[in-house]
Design a protein around this ligand. Structure first.
Ligand SMILES: *[C@@H]1O[C@H](CO)[C@@H](O)[C@H](O)[C@H]1NC(C)=O
Ligand SMILES: *[C@@H]1O[C@H](CO)[C@@H](O)[C@H](O)[C@H]1NC(C)=O
Ligand SMILES: *[C@@H]1O[C@H](CO)[C@@H](O)[C@H](O)[C@H]1NC(C)=O
Ligand SMILES: *[C@@H]1O[C@H](CO)[C@@H](O)[C@H](O)[C@H]1NC(C)=O
Ligand SMILES: *[C@@H]1O[C@H](CO)[C@@H](O)[C@H](O)[C@H]1NC(C)=O
Ligand SMILES: *[C@@H]1O[C@H](CO)[C@@H](O)[C@H](O)[C@H]1NC(C)=O
Ligand SMILES: *[C@@H]1O[C@H](CO)[C@@H](O)[C@H](O)[C@H]1NC(C)=O
Ligand SMILES: *[C@@H]1O[C@H](CO)[C@@H](O)[C@H](O)[C@H]1NC(C)=O
Ligand SMILES: *[C@@H]1O[C@H](CO)[C@@H](O)[C@H](O)[C@H]1NC(C)=O
Ligand SMILES: *[C@@H]1O[C@H](CO)[C@@H](O)[C@H](O)[C@H]1NC(C)=O
Ligand SMILES: *[C@@H]1O[C@H](CO)[C@@H](O)[C@H](O)[C@H]1NC(C)=O
Ligand SMILES: *[C@@H]1O[C@H](CO)[C@@H](O)[C@H](O)[C@H]1NC(C)=O
Length: 385
């Protein structure tokens, strides 16, 4: 009986386990954005060359190990019905900075709207019906947040025209309206660049290319200079370092790390203490979570899609280190529902919930089975007599 109970328990546990754990496949040209302790991912190319509508987040309030894909607390939100697009860019906005706005990108749906809005509080998508002046469709853009809920969209690749334009559009995430900026002295048209908003409110546009060449990486900056590139990643640290990683240049996928000190506008090569052999990526995203740069997904130099998260410890200015263990900086306050002294700090909560659920079911089955067994014994004993 105990063995049977154990068997049922194990089945229930593995059932819960199988259905609770979501492990995303490799993808590229997706978007990512961090809101509180959730790192959201949307769209991209999956199972080359299909476009996905997958939408999910990584719960960075929990610890995990990147080399153990089952330990990574992914939460799938695809059921909410997000857009099926790639070559997109995402920025946060709204009154409380709890809205995700996904701009541009390529879709098979000809009616796909230019901007998609996800309310992270209500956990649902909201259709935006933009009236008036709306930017024409464009790919390979990078949005940048400005004050007062404004988001800037610059240039990009317009599939409907042979030429791209260097127009700057401003989206008001509070009123959900667009305006075409009259900013003077705009850079040349470009796509595949990265936009970074500096603390002084200026937006820095880095890299990218146009139909005839790549943008220089050192406009008004003396050497050394990273090689020209597009489809790379860029993050800004709180102490004013822009960290760029990887990208694509002509036929080469890159894996180098460069640091732009925005207090003196000088590039330097990022010294990685433990470089990962042959790690080259493009079409990935990078997001800063505390002192870690999360390099997520993308396409490796050997053309396979990455399903991995690479975490770079960026806490030091002079040296960088790949790490595989993530520990949230805040103390986890989990409501203790178990009477045992089991530690909550090492596994996916869904697995723990599954285990508790499994135990309860198992106990109930045990109780019923015990009663039945007792009854059977009773009868048996009666018959024996
Ligand atoms: C880390 O700590 C900072 C400041 O205490 C907080 O703003 C941030 O949300 C924390 N990050 C995570 C992932 O909990
Ligand atoms: C791409 O999607 C189509 C339609 O859903 C499917 O038939 C095809 O097998 C997919 N391709 C790959 C490589 O998964
Ligand atoms: C998770 O990792 C295991 C072991 O490395 C691997 O066999 C499996 O394919 C991975 N699962 C996914 C969905 O990537
Ligand atoms: C796109 O929208 C138009 C007008 O509303 C509609 O007629 C058409 O069927 C839609 N196409 C698709 C693929 O949904
Ligand atoms: C948004 O629009 C799509 C297509 O037009 C529709 O299928 C969907 O139900 C709408 N969603 C909401 C929340 O109105
Ligand atoms: C741009 O427009 C704003 C108001 O919309 C105006 O205040 C500003 O002077 C304009 N700048 C130029 C260079 O035209
Ligand atoms: C635009 O460029 C011209 C010529 O280089 C310069 O004189 C002017 O100050 C610039 N305008 C702004 C707003 O930076
Ligand atoms: C710009 O980048 C795209 C994508 O990598 C590429 O197809 C195109 O050839 C590039 N342009 C030049 C001039 O290299
Ligand atoms: C494209 O970029 C190259 C390199 O930065 C530049 O020389 C060229 O003028 C640009 N072409 C256009 C049409 O902007
Ligand atoms: C920018 O970098 C190029 C090489 O990519 C170099 O030829 C040029 O001198 C650099 N410009 C400055 C201002 O350092
Ligand atoms: C790195 O790439 C080279 C050249 O493609 C290959 O020979 C080597 O085996 C790779 N090393 C690893 C550890 O994958
Ligand atoms: C492609 O490169 C990545 C990163 O170096 C490596 O992990 C992966 O095994 C490679 N895949 C193939 C099929 O060579």
């Amino acid at each position: 009986m105990l063995l049977l109970n154990f068997y049922i328990f194990t089945c229930l546990l593995s059932y819960t386990f199988t259905f609770a754990v979501f492990i995303p496949d490799g993808r590229e040209s997706h978007s990512s954005v961090l809101i509180d302790d959730k790192l959201y991912f949307s769209g991209g190319i999956i199972h080359l060359p299909n476009i996905t509508n997958e939408f999910f987040y990584l719960d960075v309030s929990k610890p995990f190990t990147t080399t153990d894909n089952v330990s990574i607390p992914w939460i799938d939100l695809t059921y909410t019905g997000g857009p099926q697009k790639y070559l997109v860019t995402a920025c946060i906005g709204g009154k409380n900075n709890d809205m995700i706005f996904i701009f541009g990108g390529s879709s098979l749906n000809v009616n796909q709207s230019f901007v998609n809005l996800f309310d992270t509080n209500k956990q649902r998508w909201i259709n935006i019906t933009s009236v008036g002046n709306v930017p024409p469709l464009r790919y390979y853009i990078s949005c940048a947040n400005l004050d007062n809920g404004l988001i800037a969209i610059f240039s990009g690749f317009d599939p409907s025209k042979s030429t791209i334009t260097n127009d700057l559009w401003i989206f008001n995430s509070l009123t959900l309206t667009w305006s075409l900026s009259n900013a003077t002295n705009a850079s040349l048209q470009m796509y595949g660049y990265r936009a970074v908003t500096l603390p002084d409110g200026n937006i820095l546009y880095i890299g990218g290319n146009n139909s005839t060449g790549y943008m220089p990486m050192n406009k008004s900056i003396s050497d050394p200079t990273p090689s020209v590139r597009n489809y790379f990643s860029a993050v800004l640290t709180s102490d004013g370092r822009i960290i760029i990683f990887g990208g694509y240049s002509s036929v080469t996928v890159l894996g180098d790390l460069w640091i732009l000190d925005t207090t003196i506008f000088q590039w330097s090569i990022g010294k990685i203490l433990n470089p990962i052999v042959n790690l080259t990526l493009n079409g990935h995203t990078a997001t800063l979570v505390d002192n870690y740069m999360f390099v997520a997904f993308g396409q490796f130099g050997n053309d396979t899609l990455s399903s991995k998260i690479f975490m770079l410890d960026v806490s030091r200015k002079d040296s960088y280190k790949w790490v595989t263990e993530f520990t949230p900086n805040t103390t986890i306050t989990t409501v203790t529902t178990s009477s045992s002294n089991t530690s909550f700090d090492s596994k996916n909560t869904s697995i723990i919930i599954g285990a508790i659920f499994g135990s309860i079911i198992s106990l109930i089955i045990f109780a019923i089975a015990s009663i039945l067994t007792l009854k059977f014994i009773d009868k048996h004993e009666i018959y024996s007599y």
